[in-house]
Design a protein around this ligand. Structure first.
Ligand code: AKG
Ligand code: FE2
Length: 342
């Protein structure tokens, strides 16, 4: 006999009141241009001098102007990306269908993972995001992965491979940024010990003008690498006061500068505000890898970037304190770092 269909929180004809954001937050009906201005940087040609320098320059310029860029020929195989997208899709379908025991306390991040169903959390003033999400602790990987969801069957194995690939790619991008900023080799790698993966699932929404998948925020990381699964557009970046869409491109990954790197670069690189909007026709999945300092690191402007003419623009902060403050204020809405001279 056929099982009765489980109603999911997003199986609705119109947007419930507790998913409608106030006017100042909601995206509204104005079309947002999909932008090819956010630079797409080819990482393939990276080892020899003139080409490597051109790549370093493109990364620094994009990080100054937009705080965002996309990378292609990044060395992460298409198979790894495809399999990772597939196991996250399977995971979210299982959980949206109300897998037994699902609740905000289903997992515990200190033991490896936490799953949040949209209806179990508020983003702001009693309003929910149009999003389910799962957070996976990844450091140290061997230990953390034993605590990850046991299903779908290949989830742990596939995601662990993805995490290793992201570690390698982020290390490479951070080295290029070190060169671009004039920091000694390894400076950023030493500060980037902790990795966190967050899978976001944005189901189709009957009226995307009222809802948000993610409120406007900055990432509290050093850098973030984002995999946009499928063809639906959802990521928007604030640039000179206007929202622009970052289109998913085949085999590309989106990289953005987080608050910690803005501070270390003494404001040279920008941690840009961004948000995720929903659409009415298909579910969208994104997988964010946050590269973070360890909790006991002190994050401050790099000494070589500071002198009499360029005084430090940010106070030194213990990352643990920063992470705590942004958690209390809801990580969804982390603000840009506050400069001392503003
Ligand atoms: O889903 C997206 O496009 C954005 C995700 C994001 O900004 C985040 O997870 O911090
Ligand atoms: Fe983000």
């Amino acid at each position: 006999m056929e099982q009765p269909r489980v109603l999911r929180w997003f199986d609705v004809q119109s947007v419930p009141g507790d998913y409608r954001f106030p006017l100042e937050d909601r995206p509204g009906r104005l079309p947002i241009p999909l932008c090819d201005a956010v630079p797409v940087i080819d990482l393939h040609k990276s080892t020899t001098s003139p080409e490597k320098w051109s790549m370093v320059r493109q990364i620094v310029e994009a990080s100054q102007e937009y705080g965002f860029f996309q990378v292609i020929n990044h060395g992460v195989s298409e198979d790894v990306v495809r399999e990772t997208s597939t196991v996250f899709k399977e995971f979210f379908n299982m959980y949206a269908e109300g897998k037994k025991g699902t609740s905000a306390s289903d997992g515990d991040l200190s033991r490896g993972w936490i799953y949040m169903n949209s209806s179990s959390v508020f983003a702001k003033d009693g309003i929910h995001l149009w999003r389910d999400n799962v957070k996976l602790a990844c450091h140290p990987l061997e230990e953390c992965m034993q605590g990850w969801p046991p299903k779908p069957t290949r989830y742990r194995e596939v995601v662990a491979t993805y995490v290793e690939e992201m570690r390698r790619l982020s290390g490479r991008i951070l080295e290029l940024i070190c060169e671009g900023l004039g920091l000694e080799a390894g400076y950023l790698e030493r500060l980037s010990q902790v990795q966190l993966v967050v899978g976001n699932y944005y189901p189709p929404c009957p009226d995307p003008s009222l809802t948000l998948g993610l409120l406007k925020h900055c990432d509290p990381s050093l850098i973030t690498i984002l995999l946009q699964e499928g063809n639906a557009c959802g990521l928007q970046v604030l640039h000179n006061g206007k929202w622009i869409g970052v289109a998913p491109l085949p085999n590309a990954l989106v990289v953005n500068i987080g608050n910690q790197l803005e501070i270390i670069s003494n404001g040279k690189l920008k941690s840009a505000e961004h948000r995720a909007v929903t659409n009415s026709y298909e579910a969208r999945i994104s997988i964010a890898t946050f590269i973070n300092p360890s909790h006991n690191s002190i994050v401050e402007p790099a000494k070589v970037l500071v002198d009499e003419l360029n005084p430090p623009r940010y106070a030194p902060t213990l990352y643990k304190d920063f992470a705590h403050t942004s958690k209390v204020a809801s990580t969804e809405a982390t603000k840009p770092p506050a400069p001392l001279d503003s």
